[in-house]
Ligand binder design. Structure first.
Ligand code: FES
Length: 919
């Protein structure tokens, strides 16, 4: 039988090869012959085809012996039956001439340079056979000076070949549009912003330009050293729930540079400045390098043996004197799944209590709770990749370009290509200028606004009747709730004109597929769980569940906040979200661990503080959390820690929380250990140790394992793959997870036998059977009811791109040179009334405490609203935040704080501050 090759194949140098729909000629050649078979300069895998330099020229013909034409392979579409000729005398000469001309305007030493390391031009020149350049030159004719303004990126544009890869990376990958080509012809040159330096421009330091540059005309300051690298290790970033893959170059125990792998499904050659550059904290002199024991109020250095003995003796004593329920643990979303799993096992098995919680309590516990109530699973329904297929994006209470920058860039890219964006946020976040709808509500009124949003979907008849009927329950009650809404009251409550809400609701509900993202602006409220359930309602009523390009996607704050909850670091559910007070689950856990386990729900973090103050909680173990800085109502937290008999803290640095400890154990950072992290789309990814733990430190998992063994709690020696194997035996949705089958790309849970992952949840039915609608009527926050008359401003807090959480790591990197302090954003009208100008020191005060910081006059907030970040311990903004919290999960209400503000007269500033002001 003769095969019809024309519909299946094209030809490379006479050989038939299969091709994919949408292939360019270059993609086709790269796939079959390997990248580099055809030389390229202006092309890069992460960028759209451009076709400027023509180095990638090949000949093509529609018959093998038919007439040939020369095309740039990188942007020429392949057609069936096409013959591609990658080598011929004509092509070789053309490529040589082009590269030689490029070299005439490039430093000539590039041909012999031995240290360039990452100069693709040098590689291409060698490939096309250029040994010397015939034309006189020696340097770039524009003779441009170096830019050394930035701690991480530098430019030496005399090396630039005007390929525009940096400009396109800035546009197509990051979406920042800082770089551009200025001038024409012989005067054409790359500029930053308005011909500024990196630091003066609007550059967000993502390094996409540097990674794209073929000649190191723009480069990472660290990258030049990476030619000395003896090893490259792939691992996962520690900074947020995106879970970017990183390629880390090392020499011995020295981290030289970090780049983004081009094949990563999560971040596709991209990271933010934290992932790519903020790694110098690892060897910072402040790192803890020895265990510390407090004797008579002072820390004394100790050996690990002494520290373990001291801890075991004290914990044993407290257990015997007060019972296991007098002990609690706070685990960490910064640590691996294996470490979190062991931590909850240590507390549950070792002390027979469920007093185990994690920092998810203070961020996404309402997401886990709310989504479990609505769908049965407290995790993202879809993948970030679904942005490629969606027709509408709704973002509620999240600021992705700052908090989840790589996802933020992807959202921006989709919106720039025409996908409508709806932003529900009290602030004018960076994405607002790109949004079709911005519903700028009063902080704390999400439920009121989303109820109205749902009402208008119902009113417009845009509900998915079939989906509701077949897949959901409790619709009638929900519908009735919507129909009974008092729209006048709603509008007064949230402050957004109803027509704006209606237009946005119709936009969302009319889309063929719509994705709903949310963040801490949803969860960190007194009705956080209810808001999550209302977002789930909106997705269900429009049938936006269970297929590509739709869903509800929480943007997880910390890198492994999903994993910490999956592993059972919460007081009501053990590993795998099994309710601890359910008889069958209790029996299962007791049999699995061979130990007596409690079937009573344990204390959540705020309850642990109360129990400590009431004398019921005597000992607390905190793994990798700085609760003094990050939990609300700082004085209350400090009092609780003070009231404990015994506090153990595992940490990288001496944090404000570690200062309260009886024993401080020096832990290893993410670059010094192996394990797995689970990102915000349920992707379980391998974290690989890049360097050994710095001398004197141990991984958190090793520490917990050591103390378990020391206390006689059965536990095998610590190996991350060994613990993962144990997890797979008890956590149902990890059943098929093994170290090997997670592969470089990771796998999204549920993971079935053989390592088969799941990209989309609730495809045919919900985890809980039927999706459940919940209607909630808006209730004013108690914080506003109690304190707003006396403290008339609403303070809301968030984070910025350059710093992470309480800044323990990023403040010990070059990021501290880029952003040096927290600022308070205040609307110009309010500032005028209070006599405040940008740069003035102001005092923010609530009935809990006060804090001073500098003001920034800005229209990003409405009158009556203040906004700040919490990255710098000098400001400790949680001195003013309240203990009000989500009713269901006790997630603190960071986003609604009743405060007042006033200018601090220079004379009343502390002397040091005054000197800084004067300087
Ligand atoms: Fe194809 Fe430059 S690489 S035109």
């Amino acid at each position: 039988m003769v095969q019809d090759l024309s519909t299946l194949t094209a030809f490379i140098d006479g050989e038939p090869m299969r091709f994919n729909d949408g292939d360019t000629v270059l993609k086709f050649i790269d796939r079959h012959r390997g990248r580099g078979h055809v030389p390229t300069l202006c092309d890069a895998p992460q960028l759209e085809p451009y076709g400027a330099c023509r180095v990638c020229s090949v000949e093509v013909a529609m018959q093998e012996d038919g007439p040939r034409r020369v095309v740039a392979s990188c942007h020429t579409p392949l057609t069936a039956g096409m013959h591609v000729f990658t080598e011929s005398p004509k092509i070789r000469k053309l490529r040589r001439n082009i590269v030689e001309l490029v070299l005439t305007d490039h430093p000539l030493d590039c041909l012999t340079c031995e240290v360039s390391g990452n100069c693709e031009l040098q590689t291409v020149a060698a490939k096309v056979g250029i040994r010397q350049v015939r034309y006189p030159s020696g340097a770039n004719h524009l003779n441009r000076s170096k830019d050394r303004s930035h701690p991480y990126m530098t430019s030496e544009l005399s090396k630039c070949i005007n390929c525009s890869r940096c400009v396109r990376a800035c546009d197509e990958v990051q979406g920042q549009h800082v770089l551009s080509m200025h001038g024409r012809g012989f005067n054409a040159r790359i500029i930053k912003g308005l011909d500024q330096s990196f630091m003066d421009s609007t550059c967000v330091s993502c390094g996409a330009c540097s990674q794209a540059c073929p000649t190191s005309a723009i480069s990472d300051v660290f990258f030049s050293k990476s030619i000395e690298a003896t090893r490259k290790t792939r691992t996962v970033c520690t900074y947020c729930g995106v879970g970017c893959n990183l390629n880390v170059a090392t020499k011995g125990s020295e981290v030289l540079s970090i780049q983004a792998p081009t094949d990563s499904e999560v971040n596709h050659s991209h990271t933010c400045l934290k992932g790519r550059y903020a790694f110098k904290f690892v060897k910072h002199p402040d790192r803890l390098r020895k265990p510390l024991i407090r004797y008579n109020g002072h820390f004394t250095e100790a050996t690990w043996e002494e520290a373990y003995d001291y801890i075991a003796k004290n914990l044993q004593r407290i257990k015997e004197e007060h019972g296991g329920n007098a002990v609690g643990g706070i685990s960490s979303a910064r640590c691996t799944n294996e470490e979190n799993y062991l931590m909850q096992k240590f507390i549950r098995v070792g002390f027979g209590t469920n007093n185990i919680d994690a920092c998810a309590r203070v961020c996404h516990s309402p997401t886990a709770w709310g989504m479990q109530k609505a769908f049965g699973t407290g995790a993202a329904t879809n993948s970030i990749e679904d942005l490629e297929y969606t027709n509408c994006i709704l973002i509620t209470g999240a600021n992705p370009t700052e908090g989840h920058p790589v996802t933020g860039s992807k959202i921006k890219q989709r919106v720039m290509k025409g996908v409508p964006l709806i932003v529900i946020d009290p602030r004018e976040i960076e994405l607002v200028p790109y949004a079709k709808h911005h519903l700028q509500l009063r902080p704390g009124t999400n439920v009121a606004l989303l109820d109205m949003f749902a009402y208008y979907i119902l009113e417009a008849g845009l509900i998915d009747q079939d989906f509701i009927k077949k897949r959901c329950e409790n619709w009638e009650e929900f519908e009735q709730g919507l129909r009974n809404l008092n729209l006048d009251e709603s509008e007064r409550t949230h402050g957004v004109p109803r027509e704006k809400v209606r237009a946005a609701a119709i936009e969302y509900a009319s889309a063929k597929g719509a994705m709903a993202f949310h963040g801490l602006g949803v969860t960190e409220h007194s009705h956080g769980s209810k808001t999550v359930m209302t977002i789930a309602d909106i997705a269900m009523m429009t049938g936006n569940i269970g297929r590509p390009g739709v869903g509800v996607l929480p943007l997880r704050g910390q890198n492994n906040v999903q994993g910490a909850a999956d592993m059972g670091c919460q007081p009501h559910q053990g590993a795998g979200y099994l309710q601890v007070n359910d008889e069958a689950n209790h029996k299962l856990y007791e049999e699995f661990y061979g130990a007596h386990m409690s079937n009573e729900i344990g204390w959540k973090i705020p309850q642990m503080y109360d129990a400590a103050l009431a004398g019921k909680l005597k000992a607390l173990w905190i793994m990798g959390e700085d609760v003094v800085q990050t939990d609300p109502n700082t004085e209350h937290v400090k009092s609780a820690l003070n009231a404990l008999e015994f506090l153990v803290v595992q940490e990288l640095f001496m944090t404000p929380t570690a200062e309260f400890a009886d024993v401080v154990l020096p832990a290893a950072s993410f670059l010094e250990k192996s394990g797995t992290f689970t990102n915000g789309e349920r992707r379980v990814q391998r974290v690989n140790a890049v360097i050994p733990p710095i001398p004197g430190t141990k991984s958190d998992g090793q520490i917990v394992c050591d103390i378990m063994q020391r206390m006689g709690i059965p536990q095998a020696d610590y190996t991350p793959d060994g613990v993962l194997a144990e997890i797979a035996r008890i956590v149902p949705f990890f059943k098929g997870a093994t170290w090997e089958n997670l592969t470089d790309q990771g796998t999204q849970w549920p993971i079935k036998e053989g390592g088969i992952g799941t990209e989309i949840l609730h495809v045919d039915s919900f985890k809980r059977g039927l999706g459940k609608f919940h209607f909630f009527r808006f209730q004013e926050s108690k914080e506003i009811e109690k304190h707003h008359d006396e403290f008339p401003f609403i303070l809301t807090t968030g984070r910025i791109l350059e710093h992470y959480n309480c800044g323990t790591m990023t403040r010990r990197t070059g990021n501290a040179q880029i952003v040096t302090e927290d600022l308070l954003a205040i609307h110009p009208d309010d500032a005028a009334k209070k006599g405040i100008e940008s740069g003035d020191m102001v005092r923010i005060f609530s009935n809990r405490g006060e804090v001073n910081m500098k003001a920034k006059i800005s229209t990003e907030v409405k009158p009556g609203i203040l906004y700040t970040t919490f990255h710098f311990p000098e400001n400790l903004v949680n001195m003013v935040t309240s203990s009000e919290c989500d009713e269901d999960t006790m997630c603190p209400e960071y986003k609604v704080v009743a405060v007042d503000v006033e200018k601090v007269p220079a004379s009343s500033m502390p002397k040091k501050q005054r000197m800084m002001e004067i300087a």
